[in-house]
Ligand binder design. Structure first.
Ligand code: OAD
Length: 244
């Protein structure tokens, strides 16, 4: 792909560079996205699986679904898009990934400067005493609801619809968006807030916005440039250009 001189020169001269990521960056690893023809929300109902009331009503069903996703995710590997972002940590003074993904693949690719605003699917916590569990088994035959030593039910430590993102994580995002000079917006449809409004905040503070997505999105209108294609292909090409 050809990149504009403006994109490359702005990127090379930026010290604070960031990336807001969504499910699309993991698509090439084999993790299904949420929206679109093949999306999870076509087959499953978020109101039955991704909110606290649904969990209290039917924790077995919610755990069955999370165990299925944990197993799927444990069997896949990061793709060249994740590795390219991980490499960018070494190319800029400050490079931060803000991800909506709970799939652990940025960490697996070696990224360290990372804010997982929707949590991490491998982490769980007791709804009564908040004790955290990182190593619950997730084989298909585990369909019982895990219980904490205190007797409380354990839940996946992810942010469900209607729940707030932990305040310390949000503060870290907003502080970064104030300083950010260049922001990639990768593989997100831009329907879920607050992530969908992060690019606008960065832009108001002077950042150059570049969207990487296989199609135009709900937030494409905010962008300075849109690169249509898959992130697993485009991101390594960008890294190749700025390393020279
Ligand atoms: P979506 O499934 O809504 O959007 C995925 C986006 O990735 C779409 O815009 C696709 O066009 C794009 N895409 C697909 N494959 C791609 C590829 N290989 N390269 C680049 N782009 C690609 O996922 P999110 O925007 O992440 O929240 O969804 C946001 C939140 O909604 C999720 O975190 C989840 C969901 O409900 C919770 O569960 C709280």
């Amino acid at each position: 792909m050809e990149f504009s001189n403006e994109l490359l020169s702005r990127l090379k001269s930026s010290k604070n560079v960031g990336s807001v990521c969504g499910a699309g960056i993991s698509q090439e690893s084999g993790v299904p996205t949420f929206r679109g023809e093949e999306g999870l929300w076509k087959k499953y109902k978020p109101e039955e699986l991704a909110n606290f009331d649904a969990f209290i009503r039917n924790p077995e069903l919610v755990w069955e679904w999370y165990n299925y996703r944990k197993k799927l995710i444990s069997e896949v590997e990061p793709n060249p898009g994740h590795y390219a972002l991980s490499e960018m940590e070494n190319l800029f003074d400050n490079f931060l990934i803000i991800t909506q993904n709970v799939d652990n693949l940025h960490r697996k690719a070696g990224s360290k400067n990372l804010v997982e605003i929707h949590g991490n699917i491998m982490s769980s916590k007791c709804i009564k005493c908040n004790r955290r569990y990182n190593d619950l088994p997730f084989h298909e035959n585990v369909i019982s609801v895990p219980k904490c030593e205190c007797g409380g039910i354990i839940r996946p430590e992810v942010v469900w619809f209607g729940e707030l993102i932990p305040e310390d994580l949000l503060r870290r995002c907003y502080e970064f968006l104030k300083e950010c000079q260049f922001l990639f917006v990768i593989g997100t449809s831009g329907y879920v807030h607050p992530a969908a409004s992060f690019p606008l905040i960065a832009k108001e503070n002077g950042a150059y916005l570049v969207e990487i997505n296989s199609e135009e999105t709900n937030i494409s209108y905010m962008m300075d440039e849109i690169l249509l294609g898959t992130s697993g292909k485009i991101l390594p090409e960008i890294v190749g250009k700025i390393k020279n």
